[in-house]
Design a protein around this ligand. Structure first.
Ligand code: UCC
Ligand code: FAD
Length: 569
């Protein structure tokens, strides 16, 4: 209307162009690598049909709940209208629906039912991988629930722990429980041995009362938790350090009016990237003990599980980004043509795709090893690999997930892509540095057995006779030999040298292993030429970063002091 521009107080025209938004399609059917991987290792009609149906539900229904969890984060109601302290954590309806869905779909249970034997964990991880980016971070409580189930199963303690185990692994929503993992206290989360001040006071009935302050307790709406505390002797004394820590089981109980028993929720943290999820500081009081043991070593089973979940969530986030980005590229026009018709844009997405494939194979391989261990099929070599690769894959994928995030302005706008990447994947469950040091410790404690397992297994996985893959095989061999030389050299130096190299060493282990897995997958008879292409592209990069960095002298003590000087200049 030509007159509109002259009307006083008329609204500005907002124009007629609106970008079509990228569409989330069935994440199972959209994922060629996932389907190929399962076809190769777990060719079960039942699994394919379950994942396909679930993928459809995720795209059509669950993704919306995930968004609702994001826009309606939990609230803490400290007092009821009459002034009584209630500490009620109010979560959204969508968050509650996620809990029911998780039970019904067996997102924890599948790992314990073991219907598919050694491949049960791969099946479970595939399902979580499809679910995770749409879950509104419900995968966080699920990870801890799975980890707790694993610990409870391994302790073999009777009632009430037995009952708790059956609830954590239940498919019935009304029975299903989630668990917390309360380790971190105010002094810090990495050095748990020095940081834990919570004390456990023995009671006459054999239980304990726990008094302490847990600083991060994700998913505080959990039904139970595993936590660490120091047992007080008759004089009230405790043992310092790691040796003084014991692991406790505690139910988060409420009275008939829903009031929390023995726990005060101080506040919900306003935290970067995970606002959908209730994380609270708690004063623990009077929680019954169910197991007294070697705290850190006992909770290690839980750490293994949650770190694997973390890796799966990271890779799932990578996959979802690129899946949406490629859909967007077919809808968005720039400089006269669709983004997908710009070769440079395709190169960018293809590089991200190679990263995602490598990360996927790494994470699934750890799931495979876990499945073998749990079905009693793991060799000594498998056990060593599982121990070594769990921190390696967690730290690697936790960082890689951010490598390709900002592919466009619209893509950066989280709401535009309706998808959310948790910032904390590289922090919780062990930071990158702390896990790199864990790698060193597990190598040192195995007297070389862990590394021997690594080298032998990489050689098996990279053994491929296809000539098209020979440049990749050569690159792996050369990286392995550089790694060996580095390790031999480092063994002659002071421990501080290896500590300085820990992070680069962990990255090298990840990249070389991923290269071998990509080659192995490309050699499979059902593989395509694009699997070969991915392996070749991956192996073109510097795989053994630690050797390259060593040549620059960056782990020398003089460099360490320069690093510190520069940081504080
Ligand atoms: O962050 C948390 C929850 C977040 C929400 C969940 C998200 C899940 C993913 C969701 C996806 C969306 S809970 C807090 C997590 N906190 C950490 O991860 C702590 C990080 N710090 C470490 O990992 C440190 O390395 C410590 C705490 C383990 C170091 O403690 P110590 O006591 O100084 O360590 P030691 O002396 O090395 O280990 C004590 C024992 C040893 O056993 P023994 O005595 O038999 O030799 C170790 O071998 O524990 C054993 N051990 C392990 N065993 C230590 N670490 C491990 C391990 N990773 N695996 C097996
Ligand atoms: P610190 O331990 O203080 O470390 C600070 C920095 O120093 C890190 O960058 C670390 O890499 C580095 N560093 C530490 N030691 C070394 C070293 N020896 N060499 C080199 N570098 C080192 N904890 C729970 O127990 N339960 C939960 O449910 C839980 N939920 C969480 C939810 C969120 C959103 C977040 C952010 C954290 C949560 N945590 C939880 C805590 C989490 O596990 C810790 O934040 C993490 O373990 C790191 O501890 P910190 O933050 O105290 O860092």
């Amino acid at each position: 209307d030509a007159t509109v521009g002259y009307l006083p107080f008329s609204r500005a025209s907002i124009g007629s162009f609106f970008q079509q938004q990228p569409e989330l399609k069935n994440p199972f059917l959209e994922d060629a690598l996932l389907r190929g991987y399962l076809k190769r290792h777990l060719p079960s009609q039942e699994v394919f049909s379950d994942l396909s149906t679930f993928g459809e539900r995720v795209a059509k229904e669950v993704d919306g709940w995930g968004r609702e969890c994001e826009v309606n984060p939990p609230r803490l109601l400290h007092f009821d209208p009459w002034g009584r302290r209630v500490d009620h954590i109010v979560t959204s309806a969508a968050w509650k629906r996620m809990k029911d869905l998780s039970a019904q779909e067996g997102l924890v249970a599948i790992g314990y039912e073991r219907t598919f034997g050694e491949w049960s964990r791969v099946y479970q991880m595939s399902k979580l991988y499809i679910f995770s980016p749409s879950s509104g971070l419900y995968t966080c409580p699920l990870a801890m629930t799975d980890g707790a189930a694993k610990v409870l199963q391994s302790t073999g303690v009777s009632w009430p722990v037995e009952e708790a185990y059956s609830r954590l692994t239940s498919r019935q929503p009304e029975r299903f429980w989630t668990s917390g993992q309360w380790m971190t206290e105010r002094r810090g989360g990495s050095d748990v041995a020095s940081g834990t001040e919570t004390v456990a006071i023995p009671q006459t009935d054999g239980s304990y009362k726990l008094h302490g302050f847990k600083w991060f307790t994700s998913a505080t709406d959990a039904d139970m938790t595993l936590t660490l505390a120091r047992i007080q002797d008759r004089t009230g004394a405790t043992t310092p350090g790691s040796k003084g820590l014991s692991l406790f089981y505690a139910e988060v109980s409420r009275d008939k009016d829903g009031l929390l028993q023995g726990i005060e929720v101080q506040r919900l943290k306003d935290k970067l990237g995970t606002r959908q999820m209730p994380t609270a500081e708690l004063l623990l009081d009077g929680l019954p003990l169910s197991e007294e043991g070697r705290g850190v070593a006992s909770i290690a089973n839980m750490l293994t599980i949650t770190r694997i979940h973390n890796s799966i969530s990271a890779v799932a986030a990578m996959r979802r980004q690129y899946s949406l980005a490629r859909d967007f590229a077919a809808r968005r026009t720039a400089f006269g043509k669709l983004l997908k018709d710009h070769p440079l844009h395709m190169q960018t997405l293809s590089r991200m795709e190679v990263e995602t494939r490598a990360a996927f194979l790494l994470a699934m391989d750890v799931g495979r090893l876990l499945g073998r261990e749990e079905s009693g099929l793991a060799s000594q070599q498998d056990a060593h690999l599982l121990r070594l690769l769990t921190p390696v894959v967690k730290l690697y994928t936790g960082k890689q997930v951010f490598s390709g995030v900002s592919f466009s302005g619209s893509g950066c706008c989280v709401r535009g892509f309706h998808f959310f990447i948790p910032q904390v994947l590289s922090i919780w469950e062990g930071t990158t540095n702390v896990l790199s040091l864990d790698v060193l410790r597990c190598v040192a404690r195995s007297s070389g057995m862990v590394l021997h397992a690594y080298f032998s297994h990489v050689k098996v996985r990279r053994a491929c006779s296809l000539s098209s893959l020979s440049p990749a095989v050569k690159a792996i061999d050369s990286a392995l030999s550089e790694l060996e030389t580095f390790l031999q050299d480092a063994a002659t130096r002071k421990p501080a040298y290896l500590e300085q190299a820990a992070r680069d060493l962990a990255y090298s282990l990840a990249r070389i292993y991923a290269g071998a897995l990509l080659i192995d997958h490309a050699c499979w008879k059902g593989a395509s030429h694009l699997d070969t292409y991915a392996a070749l592209r991956w192996c073109e990069q510097d795989l053994c970063v630690v050797a390259a960095k060593q040549r620059t002298g960056c782990y020398d003590s003089s460099t360490a002091s320069l690093d510190a000087a520069m940081v504080y200049e």
